[in-house]
Design a protein around this ligand. Structure first.
Ligand code: MLT
Ligand code: ZN
Length: 446
């Protein structure tokens, strides 16, 4: 407690029981016990924390709601202080004229989306944790979600960020307009940086009018490989789904056998959920065009007839990660990406590698949650080889080892080994320039 005694405007936790939960997020990795957890309530606390971290040689580890999937908010080493932004002040403010919204890092994404929707606007990022995650975490990790298929990632919806830098001050990068071109976009460097260059405390987000119509489709298939060329075929023909999700046969069978009521009714041996949200997507010509394009694979297509059914379908998709985790508590869930044009090659390669896994996720943008359900019972060296093989396969097809969860602690080693050395060199040079004392989230990403 001693160095924190005079910290202004903050709550400080040092009790072991209070610190223990901060060793966890929603990934499979475990952090060390922090020295303390600080919940700042204003800039003075952050300024003093930065000064203390430099003077006393401890690390600062940012945390939002702790829903991350890569261990990015977990302390490492013996001397880390978690900076928990849950008490960071600020209101959510919508500016309809600017098509923008300002919010503090502590705002829940659910509340950000609801504030936009209340005025007829849409903030698309929708990671699976959208009801419980904090905006700050989504910015630090550049969160994705099903809607990324059409709308892109968090970074595509950020106009400006307010960030704590190593001088202890909060700086604003960007303005409340999509047009801002005075030099390189430094704010974009902070988004997805997982706090290694500084901590984002608030942001101005871009909004778009709320979609007025949805068509939600269940597409069951007998041979799940029949799904794999559909994302590319749809996009190539000018149909851009706002979401295109899938369950492979193993995930679907497990959901149907042990999942909630809605899951027990899901059809097919494998299943895709497609959603469209553009104007006219509920019209007959739209559906007929789509059916023509899908051809014989559309045989069992079901259209959600009302909002209740639509919500039921999404509820099953949204609970899949937690459902599998409950049944396989030591599973490892990856989030590799391959270009949608190479999905078939990916799954052929995965089978050839013989990695025991099941898959579901965001087929429409090639972001696949390959789950190693038996990871807990697999010898660690073998598990590591399997994961490296999986990452190498994705990269050999022009993909990457993380589409939305980030690198954090969980994938750091693999990221360092598999990345272009020039990229690591550039990232380290940036880290040295922006954080010369190494206080911001060390041991993550690079
Ligand atoms: C999801 O889309 O369900 C999550 O990102 C997946 C996960 O928990 O691995
Ligand atoms: Zn996901």
């Amino acid at each position: 407690m001693a160095p924190f005694r005079n910290l202004p405007d903050a709550t400080i936790l040092t009790d072991r029981d209070a610190l223990e939960p901060y060793r966890h997020d929603e990934s499979h990795v475990l952090g060390t016990l922090p020295l303390a957890v600080v919940r700042p309530r204003g800039p003075a606390a952050l300024k003093e924390l930065v000064r203390l971290a430099k003077a006393e040689g401890f690390a600062l580890v940012p945390r939002g709601a702790g829903t991350g999937k890569a261990g990015g908010c977990l302390p490492t080493g013996q001397r880390a202080v978690v900076v928990d932004f849950s008490a960071w002040p600020g209101e959510i403010q919508v500016s309809p004229q600017d098509l923008s919204l300002r919010a503090p890092a502590s705002a829940l994404l659910r509340d950000v989306k609801a504030a936009a929707a209340a005025q007829g606007f849409f903030y698309p990022p929708d990671p699976n944790s959208w009801e419980s995650c904090a905006l700050g975490g989504t910015l630090a990790t550049n969160a994705g979600g099903p809607n990324a298929c059409k709308y892109g990632m968090t970074r595509h919806w950020v106009l400006a960020v307010d960030a704590l830098l190593e001088d202890g001050e909060i700086h604003r990068f960007g303005i409340s307009s999509v047009k801002a071109n005075a030099g390189p976009a430094l704010g974009q460097l902070l988004i997805g940086s997982e706090g290694i260059f500084g901590f984002i405390v608030g942001a101005t987000l871009r909004l778009t009018p709320l979609p007025r119509e949805y068509t939600t489709l269940l597409l069951p298939v007998k041979h799940w490989q029949d799904l794999l060329d559909l994302p590319g075929r749809l996009c190539g023909a000018g149909y851009l789904p706002s979401a295109f999700e899938f369950f492979d046969p193993a995930v679907l069978a497990e959901l149907r056998a042990h999942g909630p009521e809605e899951a027990r009714r899901l059809p097919g041996e494998a299943l895709a959920i497609l959603e469209f949200d553009e104007r006219g997507c509920t019209s007959e010509p739209f559906l007929e065009g789509l059916l023509d394009l899908l051809g014989p694979v559309a045989e069992g297509l079901e259209v959600a007839s009302d909002e209740r059914q639509r919500q039921g379908i999404w509820a099953v998709r949204r609970m899949t990660s937690a459902f599998l985790k409950e049944r396989h508590p030591k599973k490892v869930s990856e989030d590799i990406v391959v270009p949608r044009s190479r999905l078939g090659e990916f799954f052929t390669g995965l089978e050839r590698l013989g990695i025991p896994s099941v898959s579901y996720g965001h087929l429409g943008d090639g972001n696949l949650h390959v789950n190693l359900l038996a990871a807990g019972e697999t010898e660690p060296a073998l598990l590591e080889r399997q994961l490296m093989d999986l990452f190498r396969l994705s990269m050999s097809l022009g993909g990457t080892l993380s589409g939305e969860h980030g690198i954090g602690l969980a994938k750091r080693e693999a990221f360092l080994v598999l990345s272009d050395p020039g990229q690591i060199h550039a990232l380290r040079a940036l880290k040295q320039a922006l954080d010369p004392c190494g206080i911001f989230n060390p041991g993550k990403v690079i």
